[in-house]
Write a protein that binds this ligand. Structure first.
Ligand code: NCD
Length: 358
């Protein structure tokens, strides 16, 4: 690994940073640290989805589940979640458990020496003395990046997986979204996908948009209130990648047109953190709500997704309707399997898994 100062590193653009996140110089596209959706190639995505399917199948039998337990028994994972989390935290834990890892959690930085003034860099080095993998969710967009950089400089380089970095990215959510899209639609090439809600602060939509570079002929529809429209950086990226997109302020008109609808909640917490007193939670703009009757207007083969948690942007009645197009609860479970696949790949046990046919 070429040594580089933090100032030099942060002066690089994302594409230039990717080699520093790789396993070694010989395998530039083999992620070791996972910080950005842009790190993933089409081949890698296809392989991870296939690996997730295989792990899932193995886990269905007691012999297969027992085999998975033998893979990483001497490896420990730290799940450091300095921001609220239910699914990402639990699914990483479940994925690690299924691969036989040992697990430590930190869910409140006030319980670590950071409360005494220790720098994040020094804390991260300390963690690397005791564990072999760090999954990190943090409100600051650069925290996982700083942790990965620190690991590159430390005596013991352990992988850092970004479990959500402020308003910026959530690459493993994007992996499970791809896995879900592929399962629901059979293929992603040529599909029309709508993303709805808080597209400004929602990191899942940002990461998923970046992954679209790997698919041919995709068309995106961004549906958001005016003040929460998708960022200019994403639009510039889509233009560079020749991905078609449009911006709308109403969900209803595109319901019959698209193959996938990806709903998101409005993230009021960022307004509150910025000192706003707006209590908009109660009154939700109906133009960005998926109503019960929209289901009847969706294509026969299509899917309704949500990274969750959902608040009031999907009619709650949909939770009680059996329809193969309502996939968000399945999407949540897909997260555990694709995260297990990612960890298996990082620790080089993927081939061992593929060769197990119990
Ligand atoms: C999302 C997140 O944390 O970015 N949740 C998740 O990880 N599934 C979406 C959200 O909080 O709205």
């Amino acid at each position: 690994m070429r040594r580089i100062t933090w100032a030099e590193y942060t002066a690089l653009d994302v594409a230039q940073r990717i080699p520093f996140l790789a396993k070694d110089a010989a395998a530039e596209h083999e992620p070791f640290h996972v910080l950005y959706a842009q790190q993933f190639t089409r081949q890698m995505l296809d392989e991870l989805c296939a690996l997730a399917d295989h792990i899932r199948r193995l886990h269905k039998t007691p012999e297969g589940a027992a085999f998975l337990q033998t893979l990483l028994p001497n490896r420990a994972a730290l799940n450091l979640f300095a921001q609220p989390s239910t699914r990402t935290f639990m699914s990483f834990q479940a994925a690690e458990m299924r691969l036989g890892m040992q697990i430590t959690d930190i869910r409140d930085m006030a319980t670590s020496s950071q409360a005494k003034g220790e720098s994040l860099q020094n804390s991260v080095r300390t963690f690397s003395s005791y564990v072999d993998l760090m999954v990190m969710r943090h409100p600051d967009r650069g925290a996982a990046e700083l942790a990965a950089y620190e690991m590159n400089m430390a005596e013991r380089r352990i992988p850092v997986i970004n479990g959500g970095s402020g308003q910026d990215q959530h690459p493993t959510q994007a992996l499970l979204d791809i896995y879900t899209l592929q399962k629901a639609l059979d293929e992603i090439d040529g599909k029309k996908i709508a993303m709805v809600g808080d597209l400004l602060r929602g990191r899942t939509v940002r990461s998923l948009s970046y992954l679209m570079k790997n698919y041919k002929g995709v068309e995106l529809f961004y549906v958001a209130p005016d003040r929460l429209r998708i960022g200019d950086d994403i639009k510039a990226f889509l233009k560079r990648q020749h991905i078609r997109y449009s911006e709308l302020d109403n969900l209803e008109e595109i319901v019959p047109v698209v193959d996938a609808i990806y709903m998101t909640r409005i993230q009021w917490e960022w307004d509150k953190a910025a000192g706003a007193t707006v209590g908009g939670e109660g009154q939700y703009d109906p133009r960005f709500v998926f109503r019960r009757e929209y289901l009847d207007r969706m294509k026969k083969k299509s899917c309704l997704m949500h990274p969750l948690p959902k608040i009031n942007e999907i009619d709650p009645e949909l939770d009680y309707i059996e329809d193969p197009r309502i996939v968000y609860w399945r999407q949540e479970r897909n997260g555990m399997w694709i995260r297990a696949a990612l960890i298996a790949r990082i620790f080089d046990v993927d081939k061992k898994i593929f060769s197990c046919r119990t």
